[in-house]
Design a protein around this ligand. Structure first.
Ligand SMILES: Cc1cc2nc3c(=O)[nH]c(=O)nc-3n(C[C@H](O)[C@H](O)[C@H](O)COP(=O)(O)OP(=O)(O)OC[C@H]3O[C@@H](n4cnc5c(N)ncnc54)[C@H](O)[C@@H]3O)c2cc1C
Length: 435
């Protein structure tokens, strides 16, 4: 933690929302011995990255993937007592589309790992590999900045990225990281992710796949840490109104007063909490312009002997984009999680149809696959905002003194990810301490 002078005892911070951003802010402040109270509407912590129990089985609301470049998330996990080395399976960057494409980054210093990965990939033609190397070299020369933002698809076309590398590397990386299809995603945000993820330190490109359910990764240890450091974390406590009186912020007309508020709710949940602050009309307008993308996670439970050859496998041409083998990750043998990022036809069909499609696509890959014992689709309809070119994202600081925003939608180099949420929470906490 940085060294900022501790605040007077009179400081009393309310944090609304116990997703990863709110809990990152709370843990940062609690560690600095600042009094915090966290209000969470739901019965669980973690918001859009949380554990869910279905028929006695611990699942996640959505399969998540972290990368080695998530430095603040990894640092804060350690700070609250959650060991990333135990809780995350660290693998060098590896993308497998069985029989179609395979790319693995060897353990070489950056950027040699990337060069070697592109040269040794199976699937792309030689011309495509050299075009990809030229693309990366051109981006490096410009420090991964483009003069004017544009869709990722346009950037790829400008740099002659086509064929297998476009289809199995750049486009899937774009949809996975930005949750927005290449045709409409922001090229600048995509390049920021490539800069840190592919062209940072070698470890930055590692995939970190959760081996425990999401609650144990950060939300639960963070809430326990806040409590152990004198803070209060209240579940099932939605805040419906936020106002300011002469002696501080007032939540739901209660008699408690807060010197500072960090609003850490999702971007689509914030509007009613700002309606008593006319000075924030512009912030409300900019958030009203956000569009959203879904993420569906389809769980199929097979008999325990069913397993995929690796923890994470790419699929294309059908409904499912990635399949994670939860048996390999956290020991729930036979449980496969299929991920569908961004919008598509799956939104217009029943969950049974999605589950049947995943079973069919798996059966083509694993001949003789038995019928699943049960299935469940978790549809997060507003999983993230659509990360379009030039999207204006508000900063943490607002026009109202001592009222801050935190969440995966605030201004940051990165798209809507756990790392963005955590960085935003930490930044909001630092702003409180600096004031
Ligand atoms: C299915 C899915 C898969 C994803 N996959 C990945 C991935 O692989 N890698 C990755 O990095 N990111 C991934 N993400 C994105 C990541 O989960 C989010 O960016 C991150 O969790 C956002 O955290 P947050 O704290 O900003 O917001 P939220 O998680 O939305 O937290 C806001 C919290 O505020 C609470 N709240 C709302 N209104 C009120 C109120 N009035 N009073 C009190 N509490 C309130 C909510 O209940 C919630 O808990 C995925 C997201 C989804 C949904």
């Amino acid at each position: 933690m940085d060294c900022v002078e501790d605040l007077d005892d009179g400081v009393n911070v309310a944090i609304i929302g116990a997703g990863w951003a709110g809990l990152a802010a709370a843990a940062t402040l609690a560690q600095a011995k600042v009094t915090v109270t966290v209000f969470e509407a739901a019965r669980h912590f973690g918001g859009r990255a949380r554990s869910v129990e279905i028929e006695g089985i611990e699942l996640d609301n959505g399969q998540h993937l972290l990368i080695g470049a998530y430095r603040e998330t990894l640092r804060l996990m350690r700070a609250v007592g959650a060991d990333p080395d135990q809780l995350l399976l660290r693998q060098p960057l590896a993308i497998e589309y069985p029989g179609k494409f395979s790319l693995r980054a060897p353990r070489l210093p950056a950027p040699l790992h990337l060069v070697a990965a592109l040269l040794t990939a199976s699937g792309p033609a030689w011309g495509e590999r050299f075009a990809a190397l030229r693309f990366v070299a051109a981006m490096r020369r410009n420090a991964y900045r483009i003069a004017a933002d544009m869709p990722v698809g346009e950037l790829l076309a400008l740099h002659r990225q086509s064929g297998a590398l476009a289809r199995y590397l750049w486009e899937p990386l774009c949809v996975s990281a930005l949750n927005t299809p290449a045709a409409s995603a922001s090229a600048q945000v995509f390049l920021n992710v490539l800069r840190d993820g592919l062209d940072g330190a070698r470890e930055a490109s590692d995939f970190l796949v959760p081996r425990a359910d999401l609650g144990k990764l950060f939300p639960e240890p963070a809430a326990a840490f806040v409590r152990a450091n004198g803070g209060s974390v209240r579940r099932g406590t939605p805040v419906r109104t936020l106002d300011r009186s002469v002696d501080g912020f007032v939540l739901d007309a209660s008699s408690e007063r807060y010197t500072h508020v960090i609003l850490a709710v999702g971007p689509h949940q914030i509007d009613p909490l700002l309606d008593r602050f006319p000075m924030l009309a512009t912030t409300r307008q900019s958030l009203a312009a956000f569009a959203y993308e879904p993420i569906y996670t389809c769980y199929l439970q097979y008999p325990p002997e069913v397993a995929m050859p690796q923890a994470m496998t790419g699929f294309d041409g059908g409904a499912i984009q990635w399949v994670f083998d939860r048996g390999r990750l956290n020991g729930t043998a036979g449980l496969l999680a299929g991920v569908i990022s961004a919008g598509g036809v799956h939104q217009n069909v029943s969950q049974d149809v999605v589950a049947s499609a995943m079973h069919r696509e798996l059966s083509a890959f694993l001949p003789g696959l038995p019928q699943p014992l049960w299935s469940r689709v978790i549809a997060e309809k507003r999983a993230t905002y659509s990360c379009r070119p030039g999207l204006a994202r508000p900063g943490n600081q607002t026009a109202v003194d001592n009222l801050y925003l935190a969440g995966d939608y605030t201004a940051c180099d990165y798209p809507a990810t756990l790392e963005t949420a955590v960085r935003s929470g930490v930044l909001a906490a630092r702003l409180v301490r600096q004031r």
